[in-house]
Design a binder for this molecule. Structure first.
Ligand SMILES: *Cc1c(COP(=O)(O)O)cnc(C)c1O
Length: 368
């Protein structure tokens, strides 16, 4: 028997969550973000469930090739654009849409030979200061692109830094909306604005056109504004279950310690279970004692330090647990009990995004 850890992708939940996105922004078209191998789920595993989207968005040219190889003829958007001039050849060949965020990318386009003009997404730096042209420089970049025979349609794109909450006491999207509006008011072209947090929190309510949304984490069953709202609040379902089994149990006496650094000390007699899952599987080493976990669908906690291949759980609430018992690190247990990835992430000082993206290659991915 292979080591009993696996990650199961729930395609029914992916479909459900995508439908949730569509109902939140019924007038917008949805680009399903499948970067980072579909947030750790596997592009090939999510493709069928997400093909009801209007486009796929990703970063890597190799991932774009995988989506085309699956037979997708619709739009594919490269969210960071191209990384060097010859990437444009692949864009021409595969008909990829690509972001343009800096002058160099415009230079490369100007020198590119193509039969078909490219559909580009001109990125505004709306204050996040990662990619894009500042509002002051945005219009001249647009004019430069617009003059190029290599460029067809120009869509206008911006990314929100604080759509999941407030910024300096006001709605987190306010300052960026104002910057975008004043720089783009009379420019033609579709607008591509909302990420998951903006889709859920503002829906259709942005005070400007929002032709395209870029939907990532919401499709993968994690709440972008947890703990303010959990997935149940947003009507989302977990799309990934990381599960394993108990491979041993130990009976502890008061004062006995567990694992490296003896980081957990038993205060009373207790039983613990040893789970075939460690940081080499992608589980966070920093997840402390108290991090929630399900054993046979019953909620309990991990105790002691997570090691490379194992972690330890308190079996007090599950006295019947034994070698072979089902362990749910996050997701859906066989008895239907759900442990949202966001709760595990929160206890570990991170976000659901990081946990799902970190699932290691040695963990078998399954689909149900
Ligand atoms: C990753 C990414 C998204 C998706 O973000 P979520 O919070 O997962 O919805 C949207 N836009 C851009 C530019 C991205 O890089």
């Amino acid at each position: 028997m292979p080591r009993p850890i696996s990650a199961t992708v729930h395609t029914d939940a992916l479909r459900h969550n995508l439908a949730r996105v569509k109902s939140a922004v019924p007038d917008a078209r949805v680009a399903a973000v499948v970067k980072a191998n579909a947030y750790g789920h596997g592009i090939e595993r999510v493709f069928d469930a997400l093909r009801a989207a209007d486009a796929f968005a990703l970063l890597d040219l190799a991932e774009a090739q995988r989506v085309r190889a699956l037979g997708w003829r619709g739009p594919i958007l490269l969210l960071e654009g191209v990384f060097e001039p010859r990437d444009l050849e692949l864009c021409s060949r595969l008909g990829l849409w690509h972001a343009v965020h800096c002058d160099e990318q415009i230079d490369w386009l100007a020198a590119h030979k193509t039969q078909e003009p490219h559909h580009v997404f001109l990125k505004m730096n709306g204050g996040m200061n990662r990619l894009g042209f500042t509002p002051v420089r945005y219009r001249s970049a647009w004019a430069r692109l617009n003059a190029l025979p290599q460029v067809g349609e120009i869509s206008l794109m911006m990314h929100f830094s604080d759509a999941d909450g407030m910024r300096q006491g006001v709605d987190g999207i306010q300052h960026q909306i104002q910057a975008f509006e004043s720089a783009t008011q009379d420019l033609p072209g579709e607008r591509c604005l909302s990420n998951s947090a903006a889709i859920l929190r503002y829906g259709q309510g942005l005070p400007m056109r929002n032709d395209w949304v870029r939907s990532g984490i919401v499709m993968y069953g994690s709440s972008p504004d947890f703990p303010e709202h959990d997935i149940a609040h947003w009507g989302l379902l977990p799309t990934m279950t990381l599960s394993s089994r108990l491979i041993a149990t130990q009976d502890l006496q008061p004062g006995d310690t567990v694992g490296y650094g003896s980081a957990f000390v038993a205060e009373q007699a207790m039983r613990i279970g040893i789970v075939a899952c460690g940081y080499a599987d992608g589980y966070q080493r920093l997840s402390p004692t108290g991090t929630p976990i399900l054993v046979d669908g019953v909620r309990t906690r991990i105790v002691g330090r997570v090691s490379m291949d194992m972690l330890t759980v308190d079996l007090t609430p599950v006295p019947a647990a034994a070698i072979g018992s089902e362990v749910t690190l996050w997701g859906r247990a066989r008895n239907g009990r759900i442990l949202p990835i966001d709760e595990v992430a929160r206890a570990s000082g991170t976000v659901g995004y990081e946990l799902m993206c970190a699932v290691a290659a040695r963990v078998a991915l399954q689909v149900d």
